[in-house]
Design a protein around this ligand. Structure first.
Ligand code: FAD
Length: 288
């Protein structure tokens, strides 16, 4: 099923995101997480694409297994990093052959230690180019795209960043999934900006429940996501007690999700970090 169709129904769309593990133990643990979340009926599952190396193959394998063996709708992420057009075409063909109908084309981040993204030879410099390339080869996939409520770190001019998002939508992106954020005002302002720019696609907010203080501060720093001071203070007070941190994370994320849905968000995309407890608690409460 193409995920765009999910947004034609009034029920919220709840999706979950995983990354391909590096080890067999990690893979078994991920598939257990998928099984633990399955009873909560996620609308679809997405699997990220690594910055390089062996996990890239795993994205195709895991996204296919989740669809085939776990019976869940699935979406593969794909980035422009390190690939020329022929390689990207071959990956898209393999995804299609595996029955995958949804792809999230991304530019990807500059490699570790580098600050600027360098377009690969005979490759692409922006997600919109990869989206257009996929569409020019046929209407095989429903395409999603990344959106940035606080602006992409390389484009802090919020209006310009949304103009770039508009290009992505014009290139064939039908669903926008946002970067994580901890203050809903950024999302609601982003929705208003996107609508003013003529973007009518569903804008699915991305939520990453806090489960580890140091980890979330690092990730939020990389993405440029602002952590509100009261939340930071609660996190720090709970630090050292895993259960207490989890509870702070679940309470904040659940309140965020309820407010987003009440404010018209079409659903929630959960960044699970391959762990089930926080997402299961939040999704269970939202479904209940
Ligand atoms: P783009 O949309 O191409 O934008 C990149 C930058 O270029 C932005 O600053 C934008 O404003 C600017 N820009 C865009 N078009 C133009 C133009 N025509 N002219 C000038 N400037 C332009 N990374 C991974 O490596 N693997 C993943 O699986 C992954 N999954 C993600 C999932 C989601 C939902 C999100 C939001 C991000 C994900 N990322 C992933 C991170 C992503 O790769 C980075 O945020 C990356 O830096 C930008 O990717 P993009 O596709 O949004 O880029």
């Amino acid at each position: 099923m193409r995920i765009r169709a999910l947004f034609d129904h009034p029920a919220p769309v709840f999706s979950v995101e995983f990354f391909p593990p590096k080890t067999e133990i990690g893979e078994r643990s991920l598939l257990r997480t998928v099984d633990q979340l399955r009873p909560l009926a996620p609308s679809f599952v997405s699997v990220t694409y690594g910055a390089g190396g062996s996990t890239r193959e795993k994205t195709i394998e895991i996204v296919s297994r989740i669809k085939r063996e776990h019976g869940l709708e699935a979406m593969a992420h794909l980035t422009c990093v390190g690939h020329d057009r022929d390689e990207l075409a071959a990956i898209l063909d393999r995804l299609a052959a595996a029955g995958i109908e949804n792809v999230l084309p991304l530019r990807g981040d500059p490699p570790r230690g580098e600050t600027t993204f360098v377009k690969p030879a005979n490759g692409f410099g922006y997600a919109s180019e990869l989206a257009a390339f996929s569409k020019a080869r046929g209407d095989t996939f429903c395409l999603a795209g990344g959106g940035y409520p606080e602006g992409h770190p390389e484009c802090r001019d919020l209006e310009r960043d949304v103009a770039h998002l508009r290009r992505k939508v014009d290139a064939g992106v039908e669903v926008v999934i946002t970067q994580l954020f901890y203050d809903n005002r950024f999302y609601f302002d982003f929705v208003a900006r996107a609508r003013r720019a003529g973007i009518t696609a569903p804008l699915l907010p991305g939520i990453m429940p806090i489960t580890n203080v140091a980890q979330i501060e690092r990730i939020a720093g990389l993405c440029g996501a602002h952590i509100p001071e009261p939340l930071r203070a609660r996190m720090r007070a709970a630090e050292g007690d895993d259960q207490a941190v989890l509870q702070v994370g679940v309470d904040h994320a659940l309140a965020q999700c309820r407010d987003l849905l009440a404010g018209g968000a079409p659903g929630i995309h959960f960044y699970t970090l391959n762990q089930s407890p926080a997402t299961a608690a939040i999704l269970g409460a939202l479904r209940g």
